[in-house]
Design a protein around this ligand. Structure first.
Ligand code: CUA
Length: 315
């Protein structure tokens, strides 16, 4: 029900354990304080006169200053230790940090309002979906194309801000195969709520299969609607913003569409991926995700459904 309470990676587990520990410490303090207040109320309830007033006790003051300070230092220390284990700090070079030299397995770029994902080894590019093998600790480089976003997969990793002009690193790892919901966790404009993504964790063999499938170039469409749609796609300058590998479309403003048919959702989670929904989206993206960078091209129903047919052939 609450993904934060169902950790599926060592990092998320460590965060959850720390949360429980801090909760327990707070509960003990709460019980002591609330208990003392209750006792004072109970004992003082029937007194008609003021109890004996006593001012200043150096000994007691020292106790209640040193006690809380120790507790706060303890929590700070265990939190700092946790940060060291969950943050994937970049490796440092003798000549200082050169970010181009930092080895990352995945580069994730936050855009208003979608996520671009690059697998650095294979060069595979995804949008709003991250396929990963289980049991492997992946270093993720986070960067932004525009404003501050925040990358968060509650079951797998900590939250990490995605800041323009800066690179942040975290570990992403899943112990069990499954689908994990991710979210942008920093308000970034009017479609912040629709900046979702999913992490699909596959068994290593399955992941290798997925990787091999992604590397095969998509075939040219043969169905008549798709062929018409392909012409319209280029006539309507879709290629000014999008990439479809193996074509002249090589722009990177919008999501890479090379394999859009294999995606389960479109618009960073706003609609399930189907020909009907893609047609709706193409007819007027602004009606579905107001403010998104894709303009309304005033396509007719036929044009939209033909382009949708072309895109659904890209698998
Ligand atoms: Cu991106 Cu909120």
């Amino acid at each position: 029900m609450f993904p934060v309470f169902q950790p599926e990676s060592p990092e998320a587990q460590a965060i959850y354990d720390l949360f429980l520990l801090v909760l327990a410490i707070s509960a003990v303090i709460f019980i002591i304080v609330a208990g003392l207040i209750a006792v004072a109320i109970w004992r003082g309830r029937s007194r008609a006169t003021m109890p004996k007033q006593d001012f200043g006790s150096e000994k007691r003051e020292i106790y209640w200053m040193v006690g809380p300070i120790l507790v706060v230092f303890w929590i700070t220390a265990i939190s700092a230790k946790l940060i060291l284990t969950v943050n994937a700090f970049p490796k440092f070079h003798p000549q200082g940090l050169d970010s181009s030299e930092v080895e990352a397995d995945l580069t994730v770029t936050g855009h208003q309002w979608w996520w671009e994902v690059e697998h650095n080894d294979s060069g595979i590019i995804e949008a709003n979906e991250i396929y990963i093998p289980t049991g492997k600790k992946l270093r993720v480089k986070l960067q932004s194309a525009d404003v501050i976003h925040c990358f968060w997969v509650p079951q797998l990793a900590r939250k990490m801000d995605v800041i323009p002009g800066r690179e942040n690193y975290i570990w992403l790892e899943a112990t069990k195969p499954g689908t994990y919901q991710g979210r942008c966790a920093e308000y970034c404009g009017n479609q912040h709520a629709w900046m979702g993504f999913k992490v699909y964790a596959l068994e290593p063999e399955e992941f290798t299969k997925w990787e091999a499938g992604e590397k095969v170039a998509p075939g040219t469409s043969t169905e008549s609607d798709a062929v018409k749609g392909e012409k319209l796609f280029f006539a309507h300058t879709c290629s000014n913003c999008h990439t479809v590998e193996g074509t002249v479309a090589q722009a990177t403003i919008g999501p890479n569409l090379t394999r859009i048919a294999s995606r389960k959702e479109i618009g960073a989670g706003v609609l399930k991926n189907s020909t009907e929904n893609l047609t709706l989206w193409l007819k007027n993206p602004q009606a579905i995700k107001p403010g998104c960078k894709m303009p309304d091209f005033k396509l007719t129903e036929d044009e939209a459904s033909q382009i949708a047919a072309y895109l659904e052939s890209l698998d």
